[in-house]
Design a protein around this ligand. Structure first.
Ligand SMILES: C[S@@+](CC[C@H](N)C(=O)[O-])C[C@H]1O[C@@H](n2cnc3c(N)ncnc32)[C@H](O)[C@@H]1O
Length: 319
């Protein structure tokens, strides 16, 4: 009997027909192992630093990361987090897979609308005015960590609706980069669920999108001037200098402080003097960086020739 555990268990279910019991056992054997939140937190606190990522950035979004890790553990047919830790120690290539599981693709059009209002009211007009005074007339913008295009397309919408009519000679060129090729493909197609557009004014949706079944697809006219590129911000930056760089809800949330400093140094190098850096509404720049001042509530900074100052300090505007 001891060598036939199935038969031993069968005796516990005398009234259950054989087929039902077999089904039950199959269900039990494929059931998703339950991962406790505390265990996953401990795992992330262990695994994120070697990836150059930081735990505090993941606190709020850990649910989706833990779910993905759980699925990965099942795909590898491992028994749980301890086994996955051992697997990582034995398979160096698995770290790249884990890194991909930790990527957060959340975005939407007009996210943090006060920021885009500030861009439309003051910053883009200033850049347009400056560009028209230059021979090139081109305003160059880089959206770093652009997800499925929601952020760069919002800049394009703001520019076309609110700035270009006043500065028709100026032209906006946007380079949008992301490490996730799949998201970039979606960005090029530019069709979105209604929820991605929920913060956009209704009139803008009517003007800029075509309805295709349940999706809203950006018309080609509004995609003009947005160039998507596959790049890891930690290793590469698009060539040339920029008047405006958006690096929101990526580096200064998820990256470790050491990596933030490297990324920030490279971003500031790419900013023209008097150009603007926009970080996430709830992000701050790493402390103690020479010639940089902490950003204010909107997260818009100006690069002065002597360093970077917050836009609100210089313009006297604050939201
Ligand atoms: C939370 S989304 C933010 C999207 C947009 N910036 C916003 O604020 O709505 C983060 C994006 O950064 C991308 N990302 C993460 N690590 C990156 C890296 N090392 N280089 C470039 N993009 C990265 C992710 O693929 C994802 O699309």
């Amino acid at each position: 009997m001891a060598s036939q555990p199935f038969l031993a268990r069968r005796a516990e279910f005398p009234a259950v027909p054989e087929t039902v019991l077999v089904l039950r056992l199959v269900v039990v054997s494929v059931r998703v192992p339950i991962m406790k939140d505390g265990d996953c937190v401990k795992f992330l606190q262990w695994a994120l630093p070697p990836l150059g990522l930081q735990w505090p950035g993941y606190r709020r979004v850990r649910g989706q990361v833990c779910k993905r890790i759980n699925r990965r553990i099942q795909a590898l047919k491992l028994s749980g987090l301890a086994a996955y830790e051992a697997y990582l120690s034995e398979h160096a290539t698995e770290w790249a897979a884990l890194e991909a599981l930790c990527s957060i693709p959340i975005s939407r059009f007009y996210r943090d609308r006060t920021v885009f209002d500030a861009l439309g009211d003051a910053i883009l007009p200033e850049l347009a005015e400056r560009a028209t005074a230059r021979a090139s007339t081109e305003v160059r913008c880089w959206s770093a960590g652009c997800a499925s295009g929601e952020e760069p397309y919002t800049v394009s919408l703001v520019w076309n609706q609110r700035v270009w009519p006043r500065y028709p000679q100026a032209r906006l060129a946007i380079v949008a980069t992301d490490v996730d090729e799949h998201l970039l493909q979606r960005a090029r197609i530019a069709c979105y669920a209604k929820s991605s557009l929920r913060e956009l004014p209704a009139a803008w949706i009517d003007r800029a999108f075509d309805r295709r079944n349940d999706l809203y697809c950006l018309r080609d006219h509004w995609k003009t001037g947005v160039d998507f590129r596959h790049q890891d911000i930690r290793r590469e930056q698009p060539p040339g200098e920029f008047d405006l760089i958006l690096c929101r809800n990526v580096a200064f949330t998820y990256f470790s402080e050491a990596v933030q400093r490297i990324v920030l140094a490279r971003i500031t190098e790419r900013l023209r003097a008097d150009g603007f850096l926009v970080i996430g509404r709830h992000e701050s720049l790493p402390p103690g960086v020479p010639s940089l001042e902490a950003t204010s509530a909107l997260g818009i900074c100006r690069k002065a020739s002597s360093g970077v100052t917050t836009w609100e300090q210089r313009s006297g505007m604050g939201y």
